[in-house]
Design a protein around this ligand. Structure first.
Ligand code: KG4
Ligand code: ZN
Length: 344
């Protein structure tokens, strides 16, 4: 079965083709292509939803043609068309849903709406070292920070989540305060390489709360206070030290809560997914802990950590293996800008 996947929930247009084969847990990625809107939104310091939607419209067809050519197949070979149904920006989601439904209707093929976070959390199944069920998933993206217990495809139990900002948001907002561009996560991580993580004492919110929830809003305020104290003539070493200290605070909390989730569930496998999962320091810390305790940590391939179409095609294919009835033929442009993964 060939599945075409379309991702358009935020600021990346992603299209991919996967082949699902009987007897294989995960499908094989045949081709994927991505267009990032980062350059376009950079001038505004963040994503402008209307511009995002228009750019998805411009990009999605050329990317689809490119992916089909790279996969060596024709549109008519596609068996199912998957698209990101939510969560995300409504107008942006409608572009992917619109194309998927139009193709489905024209080709007489079913469509499947996929939960964006399910795509992220299953994305390590496309890596050379895929996990086995059950596992704990740490989902850390620009909009979400959640710990989930994953017993199988579609069996997701929320263990804890952020009560305010997401981890990616904490990276992005702190980066903005430090005068770095958008998206700030990678830029802050790069600057942090030149600083000392203990130079500034920043809070680790909810570190000892006893539950698996997160809070990052206070950290952003603490960074703002430091930036004000240092003033407009902040030296380069101070800036790097503050970046390193901010990254250390975020990573500390993520590592501490992930270990607590493993202990609490008795599971021995952790999957880290979402854009912040690309963070080198987070990976180093988690790998060191896992090695010490005999746990396994799985990540998506680095280029599939941030948003992409491959994870959407993959999630659809894995879901359909278990629940073929999820494939729809009503072709309604059905999107869910707000959508709980547990109810997906
Ligand atoms: O999953 P994603 O691509 O989009 C959402 O679904 O939100 O995640 C984007 C987030 C942004 O906040 C970005 O700053 C962050 O992931 N990010 C990073 C790194 N790479 C991306 N944060 C820290 N370190 C990185 N290396
Ligand atoms: Zn994402």
């Amino acid at each position: 079965m060939l599945v075409l996947g379309i991702e358009s929930s935020c600021d990346e247009t992603g299209v991919a083709v996967v082949r699902a084969e009987a007897g294989r847990v995960a499908p094989r990625l045949l081709a994927h292509a991505l267009h990032s809107q980062i350059d376009m939104h950079q001038a505004y310091g963040g994503v402008v939803p209307e511009l995002a939607s228009r750019d998805h419209i411009r990009r999605v067809l050329p990317l689809t043609r490119q992916v089909l050519a790279e996969a060596g197949c024709r549109l008519d070979d596609i068996d199912t068309i998957a698209y990101t149904r939510g969560p995300g920006l409504a107008g942006a989601l409608l572009v992917g849903a619109g194309l998927a439904c139009a193709l489905g209707m024209a080709l007489d093929r079913p469509v499947v709406g996929v939960h964006h976070l399910e795509g992220h959390l299953l994305s390590p199944f496309l890596s050379a070292d895929p996990p086995e069920f059950p596992f704990v998933a740490l989902l850390v993206s620009g909009g979400h920070t959640q710990l989930m217990r994953v017993d199988d495809v579609g069996c997701y139990t929320l263990l804890g989540e952020t009560i305010d900002d997401a981890a990616g948001e904490a990276f992005d907002k702190s980066a903005k305060l430090l005068g770095l561009g958008y998206p700030g996560g990678p830029a802050l991580a790069r600057l942090a390489e030149h600083g000392h993580p203990e130079a500034f004492a920043l809070p680790r919110p909810l570190l000892h709360s006893g539950n698996l929830d997160f809070s990052f809003a206070g950290l952003k305020t603490a960074v703002w206070t430091q930036v004000r104290k240092l003033g407009p003539s902040m030296s380069d070493p101070d800036r790097a030290n503050l970046a390193a200290s901010t990254q250390a605070a975020i990573v500390d909390v993520l590592v501490h809560k992930s270990l607590a989730a493993l202990q609490q569930t008795g599971l021995r496998r952790l999957v880290v997914a979402g854009g912040v999962g690309a963070n080198r320091r987070l990976r180093e810390r988690l790998n060191a802990q896992a090695q010490r305790r005999g746990w396994r940590v799985h990540y998506p391939e680095l280029h599939l950590c941030t948003d992409n179409g491959a994870m959407i095609a993959l999630a659809a294919a894995m879901r359909l293996q278990r629940e073929p009835e999820r494939a729809r033929r009503d072709y309604a442009f059905d999107v869910a800008p707000r959508w709980d993964l547990a109810s997906a």
